[in-house]
Design a protein around this ligand. Sequence first.
Ligand code: MTE
Length: 429
Amino acid sequence: MKEVARQGASSRRSFLRNSFIAAAGAMAAPMLTRAAEGDPNILGNPPWTTSLGMPVAANPYGLPSKYERNLVRRESPGLTRVSGSSVAFTPLQGLFGIITPSGLHFERHHQGWHDVDPSKHRLMINGSEPGFLKTAKVYTMDDIMRLPSVSRIHFIECGANTGMEWGNVAVPTVQYSHGMLSCSEFTGVPLRLLLEDCGVDFRKCRYVLAEGADGSSMTRTIPMEMVESGEVFVAYGMNGEMLRPENGYPLRLVVPGVQGVSWVKWLRRIEVGDKPWATKDEAVHYIDLLPDGQHRQYTSVQECKSVITSPSGGQMLLDTGFYNVTGIAWSGRGKVTRVDVSFDGGVNWQVARLEGPIQSKALTRFNVNWVWDGKPAILQSRAVDETGYVQPSYGQLRAVRGTKSIYHNNAIQSWKVSETGEVSNVQVL
Ligand code: MTE
């Protein structure tokens, strides 16, 4: 009998029985064997078949099964000095499809989070100079929520995602290596519409500054072309309900394809101006140190990237045989068009199945069949986007970027499977 493992719910390295094999019919013989041996799970009547279940609305807001309790956001011990200015990573290894459950959406705060009272929240739109707009305005949440809305699925990735791996392997699991990444359906109002409402002079104003209401003075410059395209919106909804407090309730900016820092949370002010502001979070932080010692600024688009989420670091293959290898791919420049997967560290590649519909600047789920023969293997995925850009190897990326950066590491991830079935994080140039 063939079984597959992934990092599961009941212990850090617990194992998932491979139910799809049953669907494929391959389970028939082993199941009979078990029954003959007297498997109580088949022969007996468990309590849930012989007693009255829980009433409706026992949990007015539904919760995951207690057997899934280990699938949670996790903070990396020692990453930052205080938890108020830190990261909680999404457990990518245990998720399916492309939508991140709201309770597992990663968190990145510079100065902690608050549950902001929506009746007291305001969004102000003003200009850097008189004449940049006709009327500066202040909107309440009620004002915003009666305007024409859009709902769109987009990924958000912190620019620092995979940032610990620039020099060498640093973390054991995909949760820590790639978990500053989530994907949700966001609902809100295009920023262009609000700027038009204020009578912004789009000829003079080629930039906007977004400011958050938390204590971190989070401010980011966004080029006006992005706003004019209609893609940037002020969002109050996430996955069909209001934003979660940790993710900016009641209002955040959604800047599709752009690194997470520009998705300003608890959005309280938009200023229109004629040049970038060079604020602390774009002139000093969120910059890329290049090998020649220069700093690169305003590199905000997240380039094409992918990662195999199962099997991945910290998991264990229980047996040889068939496995569905699965992962996610994304590009800040549009749609993912292809994902190649290698089982021998990049010598041979095969094309993975992409789950549709493929959406622009959203995660794309890929799957590929694999029969493990019990020998050591190195699993990799390499994504290509609609611009033709191909996700680079560590060798290619380091040749241009060196090893001293923090942000925008989109190198090909390698997972090594040892003869014992243990999966670990390795780097292949
Ligand atoms: N907005 C405010 N006001 N304060 C913050 O600390 N963090 C930024 C961005 N917006 C931040 C913010 C960073 S660095 C990222 S990666 C994303 O929010 C994280 O969004 P999330 O916490 O919803 O995942």
